[in-house]
Write a protein that binds this ligand. Structure first.
Ligand code: SF4
Length: 371
């Protein structure tokens, strides 16, 4: 079942809960207890082909195949880097592209997922931002990234234990679908979820302040903020979303989130040569962090054709880090994995989409309707 036209009216298997599936099965004249068997195949075994559900009668397998949408995106390309990361470019039912990155570490395996095709927020250092916005991903399309990556690493004896929403798109701009997805990821397997720890699922936002507070009410997961500058004029230059929610609003939202969840915040800070990593910017960052429980990930910019920025020298990086360390702010320098496969946000899909002739018209909305 591959066409969007054929599947549009059917419920997707990854968005059916036990009550909904039981009702559906009963409407087909099947016993309700079969719902548990089907859901175990989906959530525990990550099996998305009803024909392979061997403990179900053939007639039921046929009805499942016909009555439910089992679509998983096509793997358009899979690029492995020498550092253990694999970047997947996935083609959705609508023919658009999203990307996911598997990151292998010695004792854990992480998955970076996309939440939108494109992005409205137009950050000046980001390939996805240059593309503009196409559409939100449905919850099942985000969950499909986890299912597919899990099945890929299973043969290596690995399990995806961590998820970060740092692929294409601003997750809090696709709020309801992201919350639905995070809840499914955190639900125990016995309750038909992926059983991940709430410390291991991280929503990373560019700073949609009101949604940060709403997130704290709706779901308990980890939070990362792409900060990149702690002075309003500079941050607005790098991230136009800052015009709508400047640093004072953002800090208030982070403080609320922290009070409500008790969690520590990760601040992502890309270091860009001659832009945001001098002594002045280090002092501004320290001031912004004051009063928050936060760590900073320092990420030297990954130079990319078409983006007018460069990576700073090692001396500049060390000086910036030292300024934070001397004030007891943990600030490890992270070298993004998968550089050779364009691991930075949205870069692989950006290349692919630029290569296609039929590009949907770009909605260049600089934070205009971000909620
Ligand atoms: S960095 Fe994130 S929020 Fe900014 S344009 Fe890129 S995808 Fe959107």
């Amino acid at each position: 079942m591959t066409s969007a036209e054929n599947t549009v009216k059917k419920p997707h298997a990854l968005e059916l809960d036990q009550a909904q599936l039981t009702t559906l099965l009963k409407s087909w004249g099947e016993p309700g207890y079969r719902a548990v068997q089907v859901l175990k195949w989906i959530w525990t075994e990550k099996q998305m082909d009803p024909a392979a559900m061997s403990n179900l009668p053939a007639g039921l397998r046929a009805k499942l195949a016909e009555g439910i949408d089992w679509f998983l995106p096509e793997v358009h390309s899979s690029l492995a880097a020498g550092d253990g990361s694999t970047k997947l470019l996935l083609k959705t039912a609508t023919g658009q592209f999203m990307e996911a990155v598997i990151l292998r570490y010695e004792n854990r395996t992480s998955l970076c997922v996309s939440s939108q095709v494109g992005c409205k927020l137009a950050c000046s250092f980001c390939q996805t931002g240059k593309l503009g916005f196409f559409r939100h991903l449905a919850a099942h399309e985000i969950l499909a990234q986890y299912v597919m990556a899990s099945n890929m690493v299973r043969g290596e004896g690995r399990r995806i234990s961590h998820v970060v929403f740092m692929g294409m798109g601003e997750p809090l701009d696709n709020y309801q679908n992201v919350v639905t997805t995070v809840r499914a990821m955190l639900r125990p397997e016995e309750e038909f979820g992926f059983g991940l720890s709430n410390r291991h699922v991280t929503v990373s936002t560019s700073g949609i302040a009101p949604k940060i507070v709403e997130l704290a009410k709706d779901v308990k997961c980890a939070l990362a903020l792409s900060l990149h500058a702690a002075r309003d004029d500079l941050r607005t230059e790098l991230m136009p979303v800052n015009r709508r929610w400047p640093l004072a609003d953002l800090k208030a939202a982070l403080a609320d989130w922290q009070q409500m969840t008790g969690g520590k915040i990760t601040l992502e800070y890309i270091l860009i040569k001659d832009k945001n990593c001098g002594p002045r910017e280090a002092k501004e960052l320290v001031k912004f962090i004051h009063g928050l429980r936060a760590k900073v990930n320092l990420i030297p910019f990954n130079a990319h054709p078409g983006l007018p920025f460069e990576r700073p020298g090692d001396g500049e990086i060390r000086a910036f880090q030292k300024h934070l360390a001397e004030r007891s702010i943990p600030a490890p320098v992270r070298y993004s994995k998968g550089l050779e496969v364009s691991a930075a946000c949205g870069q692989l899909a950006a290349k692919q989409i630029e290569n296609l002739s039929a590009i949907p018209s770009r909605k260049s909305v600089i934070g205009a309707d971000a909620r």
